[in-house]
Design a protein around this ligand. Structure first.
Ligand SMILES: Nc1ncnc2c1ncn2[C@@H]1O[C@H](COP(=O)(O)OP(=O)(O)OP(=O)(O)O)[C@@H](O)[C@H]1O
Ligand SMILES: [Mg+2]
Length: 237
């Protein structure tokens, strides 16, 4: 059986800086897969390449049986890959509801409305703040909005780049609860996280990226109990 997402020998560079040096990985339909790695490992580069914002130098990406290696970002959204980017990148001068509607730009209005309802259900805070300008939301609320905007694309694969970055533990817990609920609706998730413990608790499997190469892979259990992973990414507790 082919996987929902297949990445083969992916090379991505910024000028002469090789950020990804031959990455191969796969994600099966319904799986949650975590990508761990230190700062500068190439995690964001991978996410941006998958969503069509960067074009690889070599290698191949296949999503749902279709090659997407060099497709533009809007084609990729239409195929069913939604992204919540690193740093949230909400439209600060637009309201919450306007941000969500923009997320649905590829879809008919009635469906956008339905997806917005779903987002408000999982993030009631966004409903309370629906007319507020996104730039005035707290960091946690902006993260909810970034995830919500990706959900409004009705993704089959949801890409999440550092959803817990800079957020208080309680908000992080809340966001991960929502991600579990999203996963339970059948959405496949590829998540990049500095918070390796939270990510591996959510994920089925994980990969460890080290300066542009995959260093280790395994089930979340294997990675959580690996001494190298514990030393490098899990700290104490
Ligand atoms: N626009 C760019 N121009 C030049 N080099 C870049 C650019 N973006 C990223 N890089 C380089 O590519 C490498 C990988 O960066 P990337 O942002 O993918 O890492 P990351 O794993 O997401 O790191 P972090 O955990 O800090 O978010 C780094 O060496 C970085 O300096
Ligand atoms: Mg990054």
């Amino acid at each position: 059986m082919s996987h929902l997402l297949e990445i083969e020998d992916l090379h991505v560079a910024y000028g002469h800086i090789q950020a990804l040096k031959g990455i191969s990985l796969h994600v099966a339909e319904g799986e949650v897969v975590a990508i761990l790695g230190a700062n500068g490992a190439g995690k964001t580069t991978l996410m941006r390449t998958l969503s069509g914002l960067l074009s690889p130098k070599a290698g191949k990406v296949t999503f749902a049986g279709q090659e997407t290696t060099r497709l533009g970002a809007d084609r990729i959204v239409r195929l069913g890959i939604g992204q919540s980017p690193e740093g949230r990148r909400v439209f600060g001068t637009l309201s919450v509801v306007e941000n969500l509607r923009l997320g649905g730009f590829t879809r008919p209005p009635a469906e956008i409305a339905k997806s917005c309802e779903y987002v408000y259900e999982v993030f009631p805070r966004l409903y309370e703040r629906r007319t507020q300008l996104a730039g005035t939301l707290s960091g946690g609320e902006q993260q909810m909005l970034a995830i919500g905007r990706a959900l409004v694309t009705k993704p089959r694969l949801l890409l999440l780049d550092e959803p817990s970055l800079g957020l208080a533990p309680l908000i992080v817990k809340n966001i991960f609860q929502v991600l579990r609920a999203v996963r339970d609706t059948g959405v496949t998730i590829l998540i990049v996280e500095q918070n390796a413990r939270m990510a591996l608790k959510l994920a089925d499997r994980g990969y460890v990226l080290e300066v542009g190469r995959l260093r280790q892979e395994g089930s979340s259990q294997e990675l959580l109990s690996s001494p190298e992973i514990q030393a490098a990414y899990l700290g104490h507790g």
